[in-house]
Design a protein around this ligand. Structure first.
Ligand SMILES: Nc1ncnc2c1ncn2[C@@H]1O[C@H](COP(=O)(O)OP(=O)(O)O)[C@@H](O)[C@H]1O
Ligand SMILES: [Mg+2]
Length: 276
């Protein structure tokens, strides 16, 4: 079985005061294969963050089952192993810093796992190397840029050798350069190291290199498609509160002007090559 994540008829209700409850996820079934890069999009309140929290057992489903690597999230004895295997990165880089130096910050999670200190040292250097922060190892995290802070958060998770990285709008608070840094780091973890990625974002441009895009709307996954299928296809993204990225939009316009552009073009270089 090569599925790393599997949801079977999963619903999730938030219980509000008294009897009232709010259905945030409504009967979702999906599978994600080992090594896939999934982008998850959808308007505010569609249930993306709730889904992310179910993937590493921060939340448990009200109905249905969430499986991670063959482990069931609602089994108490699986919970810590699931949290190690599925690392989460959140929106606000400042909320994820726990120590006074970069190196200690990465070591923190490993110490909690009870890993011997000689091994911790090695894993910390390795993780910092992988996100390109080696030269900052003795710096104070609060002095880092937003993009560097998010790479530090990724290093802290990578050090725990996760199988899957779930990122909940990790670039939302960053400037364009920081966004680029984080996106490149995440892509590298996926393409070079085979870590499965679930990347929640509201920047449509960030979804173009995903293997598949899941679109959420009111607690349901309403689409699951390759980027070129989604953006060249029939789905009315505007209706779902989303927009088509500039490049696929431009390609649509060029096609409607009669230019013959192949269906799989999704980056600027390829488009320029074809036009010239
Ligand atoms: N802690 C909470 N308590 C009650 N309702 C919540 C809570 N968190 C989210 N919700 C509600 O659940 C729905 C899905 O929210 P969320 O998963 O945060 O969506 P998204 O991340 O796509 O914006 C929304 O209607 C939201 O208001
Ligand atoms: Mg959210």
């Amino acid at each position: 079985m090569s599925n790393i994540l599997e949801l079977k008829n999963v619903s999730f209700d938030y219980f509000l005061n008294g009897e009232a409850s709010l259905r945030a996820l409504d009967d979702i079934s999906l599978t994600i294969e080992k090594g896939e890069y999934i982008a998850l999009i959808g308007s505010n309140g569609s249930g993306k963050s709730t889904l992310a929290r179910l993937l590493n057992a921060i939340l448990l489903p009200t109905a249905g089952e969430v499986w991670v690597d063959g482990l069931l999230t609602s089994r108490d004895e699986h919970r810590w192993e699931i949290r190690r295997r599925v690392g989460m990165v959140f929106q606000n880089p400042d909320n994820q810093i726990v120590a006074t130096t970069v190196e200690e910050d990465v070591a923190f999670g490993l110490e909690n796992l009870g890993i011997p200190s000689s091994l911790i040292k090695r894993r910390v250097s390795e993780a910092l190397e992988r996100v390109g922060l080696s030269s900052f190892r003795n710096h104070a995290p609060y002095l880092l840029s937003g993009g560097q802070k998010q790479r530090l958060a990724i290093a802290g998770i990578i050090a725990m050798r996760p199988h899957c990285l779930v990122l909940d709008e990790p670039t939302a608070m960053l400037d364009p350069r920081g966004r680029r840094e984080v996106l490149d780091t995440v892509k590298k973890m996926n393409r070079r190291e085979g870590i499965t990625v679930v990347h929640i974002t509201h920047f449509m441009e960030e979804t173009l290199e995903a293997d598949r895009i899941f679109v959420m709307d009111r607690g349901k996954i309403v689409q699951s498609a390759k980027p070129e299928e989604l953006f060249n296809g029939e789905t009315d993204l505007n209706q779902l509160g989303l927009e088509i990225p500039v490049l696929p939009r431009l390609i649509r316009m060029l096609r409607s002007e009669g230019l013959d552009i192949p269906a799989n073009i999704l980056n600027l270089n390829d488009l320029v090559n074809i036009l010239c």
